[in-house]
Design a protein around this ligand. Structure first.
Ligand SMILES: [Zn+2]
Length: 138
């Protein structure tokens, strides 16, 4: 994994204790006894992704369900108009996404991003993954 300066060694156990065994994405309880690939198993998520300049350090990670982490993928919630404008500029340069981006303001992008990353949405996605996992073992 590419890193951006800081690298620290830590375990899901340690971060779980620090975060009170609560998932940083869906805000639900994380049970440490579940094991990968159970979507409820504990995992460590980078708050600011390594790809977007985040560090592999304690202050940039939180405990999440593995399933929530997977749903999140590499997407980081937009917090500021500047971040949204930067994303919009990228979208406008891609012919296939240009019409989509032209119809949206930075505020629209922030609203959509926050809806995408809402705890409710993560909870609903996790529930569906758990259901499938219990039925199919994946
Ligand atoms: Zn979760």
């Amino acid at each position: 994994m590419r890193s951006n300066g800081g690298i620290e060694r830590f375990t899901a156990e340690e971060i779980g204790e620090r975060d009170g065994w609560v998932c940083g994405l869906c805000q639900g309880p994380v049970e440490r006894a579940y094991q990968h690939p159970d979507p409820r198993s504990p995992s460590i998520d980078h708050i600011r992704t390594i790809a977007s300049g985040g560090t592999d350090t304690r202050d940039n990670v939180h405990l999440t369900h593995w399933g929530c982490n997977h749903v999140r993928n590499d997407s980081t919630p937009l917090r500021t108009v500047e971040e949204a404008e930067a994303l919009r500029a990228v979208l406008l340069r891609k012919p296939a996404l240009r019409p989509y981006a032209e119809g949206l303001t930075a505020e629209d992008l922030i609203r959509r991003s926050q809806a995408f990353h809402s705890p409710e949405r993560y909870r609903a996605k996790l529930a569906r993954r758990v259901e499938r996992y219990e039925r199919e073992g994946r």
